[in-house]
Ligand binder design. Structure first.
Ligand SMILES: [Zn+2]
Length: 294
């Protein structure tokens, strides 16, 4: 199992094999390509673009896909995924990254905000013309976008998803079967403020491993750490290491945050004895690597 980082700063850290950099954020800010790293692009969530042109927002009978719309419950503001100008803008950015020496591209938030979106006149017209039912049309619209993006991606191609293994197609237009044909691996974010309660991580990892027909990495949040939270995070990683995962990624603020996790594992002999006692061989190997470095 690989271990990696998801970061807001384009720095590599010793002891980690995969480096994912957030190059385009949901607030609309964009960064230059992070060289030798996997560049993670937020596609249709762009608060800045929606502020500049409110007409591009995805709409439903319960109103627009905005966080401030309390009739719905969404974490970001969503642009309509069939907006041709906005799609072109995202694809231009993907193409631009391909001109740099990057490791690859991960797309996130490339889908509809929820099941009742989008009923803008363009989407309704495209749906009618397709002859497909609502679920199939929405899934096709998203898969077609990913196909276009894949042609422009240099290196490894991955996608994130809202972590719903059962209703992803109905809710978001995410068709795991079709998408598996396009991607090199899936990136499953299981974000939390802490992992003191962690049964759901194991549960969702098992479900996604059953559903996804390509390799898979799981992302855990490693920000805002206390000793208690770090211990719970590392034990959750250890349980994940018993599954057939390509890797576990830790979301950190910066490189110091990542080193802090390694140092905790290195200095905490109780934790490393716990790994050995319960025969977490893969996690023991990872911790032993960190001991050599930290
Ligand atoms: Zn629309």
């Amino acid at each position: 199992m690989k271990v990696g980082l998801v970061t807001y700063t384009p720095e590599k850290v010793e002891g980690f094999d995969l480096h994912v950099f957030y190059s385009k954020w949901a607030d609309g800010s964009v960064s230059p390509a992070a060289r030798e790293m996997q560049n993670d692009i937020t596609c249709f969530c762009d608060a800045k673009a929606i502020r500049e042109d409110p007409s591009i927002v995805a709409v439903s009978n319960n109103g627009p896909a905005l966080r401030k719309n309390r009739k719905i419950n969404i974490p970001f503001d969503f642009v309509c995924p069939t907006n041709p100008e906005y799609r072109a803008k995202v694809l231009d950015y993907v193409e631009g990254l391909g001109r740099e020496k990057i490791q690859g591209v991960t797309l996130n938030l490339y889908h509809f905000p929820e099941e009742e979106f989008c009923v803008c006149p363009r989407c309704v017209e495209l749906w009618r013309q397709s002859g497909l039912n609502w679920t199939e049309w929405r899934a096709q619209a998203i898969t077609d976008f990913l196909k276009e993006a894949k042609r422009l991606v240099k290196g490894a191609f991955a996608v994130e998803m809202f972590p719903d293994p059962v209703l992803a197609k109905e809710r978001f237009g995410i068709d795991f079967e079709r998408i598996a044909e396009l991607v090199d691996y899936f990136h499953v974010p299981l974000s939390s403020r802490d992992y003191l309660t962690n049964y759901w991580v194991d549960l969702l990892a098992r479900d996604f491993l059953k559903v996804l027909k390509k390799p898979m990495v799981v992302e855990l949040s490693a920000e805002m750490l206390t000793d208690e939270k770090t211990d719970a995070l590392l034990k959750t990683m250890a349980y994940l290491s018993r599954h057939n995962l390509m890797g576990v990624l830790l979301l950190v603020h910066d490189s110091e945050n990542a080193r802090q996790v390694c140092r905790y594992a290195v200095n905490n002999t109780d934790f490393r004895e716990w790994l050995k006692k319960y025969e977490f061989t893969e996690m023991t190997r990872i911790a032993d690597e960190w001991v050599k470095l930290y």
